[in-house]
Write a protein that binds this ligand. Structure first.
Ligand SMILES: O=C[C@H](O)COP(=O)(O)O
Length: 245
């Protein structure tokens, strides 16, 4: 399966950061994997113009469940699409925790994204306390089941397993732990989507760096990565991409 490597810039980046996309284009031409950069909303249109005609796609970090309406400050999937986005990250733990996004809201956002023509990267992941309690698999399985859009398919949906305790901490689960969770998520995808569930890409996210990327990508059901901090600098991100390719 062709790997998907997505960079989540989170709330980082001004217009000057677009140089990183230019550099990334040069460093990753011909890479045998799909590459997505998700800058903040304010940079999507410019980033999409810059990436036009290249192998890099642009994504967003969230969208609303509705197409339009009185939702001050929110942005719809159709708006993102018009601005040039092709992907959207949904249900990131930083949003689930702070904005109380439930699985149902994530599923509705993913359905809205799908209707607008965007592919979703749906995040799931347990907290440290949930892992210590021995319920990590139950948590991520429940999140996945509840967060899938109507008519989920490999063309419009990818999943990112991001243990909350591994995000931005430098801590990474063991290879066996990643393997166990990804196999379990694959099972759920097959139960929910049948044959199509085998083709949905499952990314790993949480402190991915060039030094650990290869061993993570060697896990059979790891089909890519969702990278935060290490995606901000083109040279660091390109090393991760080259480990995947
Ligand atoms: O969306 C990306 C993840 O939250 C991972 O962030 P990180 O690579 O900085 O740990």
């Amino acid at each position: 399966m062709r790997k998907l490597i997505a960079g989540n810039w989170k709330m980082n980046g001004l217009a000057s950061s677009l140089e990183e996309i230019e550099t990334l284009k040069g460093l990753t031409g011909g890479a045998a994997c799909d590459i997505v950069v998700c800058p903040p909303f304010t940079l999507i249109e410019k980033a999409a113009q810059q990436a036009r005609g290249s192998h890099i796609a642009i994504g967003a970090q969230d969208c609303h469940t509705k197409t339009s309406g009185a939702f001050t400050s929110d942005i719809s999937a159709a708006m993102l699409c018009e601005a040039g986005a092709r992907f959207v990250i949904l249900g990131h733990s930083e949003r689930r925790a702070v904005y109380h996004e439930t699985n149902m809201i994530v599923a509705r956002k993913a359905t809205a994204a799908q209707e607008a023509g965007l592919a979703s990267i749906i995040c799931v992941g347990e907290t440290r306390a949930e892992r210590d309690e021995g319920i990590a698999l139950d948590v991520v399985r429940r999140q996945l089941r509840g967060s899938l859009p109507i008519a989920a398919a490999s063309a419009n949906t990818a999943i990112a397993y991001e243990p909350v305790w591994a995000i931005g901490t430098g801590l990474v689960p063991t290879i066996d732990q990643i393997d166990e969770v990804h196999r379990s998520l694959r099972q759920i995808l097959e139960q929910e989507l049948g044959q199509e569930g085998r083709l949905v890409r499952i990314l790993y996210g949480g402190s991915v760096k060039s030094s650990n990327a290869s061993s993570i990508f060697d896990v059979p059901d790891v089909n890519g990565a969702l990278v935060g901090g290490a995606s901000l600098k083109a040279s660091d991100f390109a090393e991760i991409i080259s480990a995947a390719a």
